[in-house]
Ligand binder design. Structure first.
Ligand code: LMR
Length: 313
């Protein structure tokens, strides 16, 4: 299996590193626009192989997409990260141009690849990559749900003083303040979370999760990378090993949840064909309302991208 990761910054390099040391692919190609940057990161990861005992080959290239040819999966992390005080949506005009041009290069050399978008604003960059690629919606998806859910699970594990391994959860909607937490579907070793935690603490954890990316931007002056890079690698693993894992993933909805033509995070089954199935939960009225608010917000940003593209045409 060959996997390409575009963007050798913190998120892309972390993803490539996880793909290598967990031997998820035989070959990982890291691409960056900055001369020598991807080559250096790939070489560093390769030199770690004799220490951490893996044989995945990591190769770095400067903007040479011919070396990515026939990739099975491509992860797009390119674009600017946000700085303190910025929202993810503030990145739209810069990152849309970058994601569009990267996607064009990718499909030219790997027409059968499955594409995972990580760049922000996530849901709308997934839209940009999907319309550029002209691939079926099952093959172009966004990574955010695993990350948001991981943050929620980590905060819960801390509050309950239990292993994060035993916390199962799902979050839906856009990657931002309007994400839709579903405490009703959260369990700890099979026990509904509401039996183990009071409402006030749970609500505080939900709020912290919604602002999880922003909390890290404030602390570090730039966006997170360990959890986002690992989350993208987990999606790649589910695809290349045909694991049929159930994850929240951003995809174009076509009637599911009564939504058409908007890109939102929903639970899916992920396997060798990409999105094998979209799972439709029976949401209650409050959850439906939260999802509708999230849909409205993502649609506004999609419309902003359409306006940018129309002005360029
Ligand atoms: C995250 O949630 O960590 C990413 O979307 C990056 C960001 O700017 O928050």
């Amino acid at each position: 299996m060959k996997v390409t990761v575009v963007g050798a910054g913190n998120v892309g390099a972390t993803c490539a590193d996880v793909l290598a040391y967990r031997e998820i692919a035989n070959e990982v190609v890291l691409v960056d626009i900055k001369e020598g940057f991807a080559e250096g990161k790939a070489l560093d990861i390769w030199q770690k192989a004799p220490i951490n005992l893996y044989d995945t080959r990591t190769v770095g290239v400067t903007n040479d997409y011919s070396k990515t040819a026939d990739s099975d999966v491509v992860v797009i992390t390119s674009g600017l990260p946000r700085k303190p005080g910025m929202t993810r949506d503030d990145l739209i005009s810069t990152n849309a141009g970058i994601v569009t041009s990267v996607t064009e290069n990718i499909v030219k050399h790997s027409p059968n690849a499955i594409i995972i978008v990580v760049s922000n604003p996530l849901d709308v960059m997934t839209y940009a990559a999907h319309i550029t690629s002209k691939l079926p919606r099952t093959r172009v998806m966004g990574m955010a749900g695993i990350l948001d859910t991981a943050r929620y699970r980590a905060f819960l594990a801390e509050a309950l003083n239990v292993s994060p391994k035993d916390i199962q959860a799902v979050l839906m909607g856009g990657h931002g303040d309007t994400m839709v937490p579903l405490p009703r579907y959260t369990t700890v070793g099979g026990i509904p979370v509401t039996e183990l935690i009071d409402e006030e603490t749970l609500n505080a954890i939900v709020e912290r999760t919604k602002n999880g990316g922003g909390e890290l931007v404030k602390l570090m002056g730039t966006s997170a990378w360990y959890a986002p890079g690992s989350a993208a690698a987990q999606m790649v693993e589910a695809i290349v090993r045909d694991q049929r894992r159930v994850f929240p993933v951003c995809v174009r909805l076509e009637g599911e949840y009564g939504i058409d033509g908007v890109y939102l995070g929903v639970p899916v089954i992920l396997g060798k064909n990409g999105i094998e199935k979209i799972i439709e939960l029976q949401l209650n009225d409050e959850e439906k309302q939260l999802l509708e608010t999230s849909r409205g917000h993502v649609k506004e940003v999609m419309d902003a991208l359409d306006n940018i593209n129309a002005a360029k045409a």
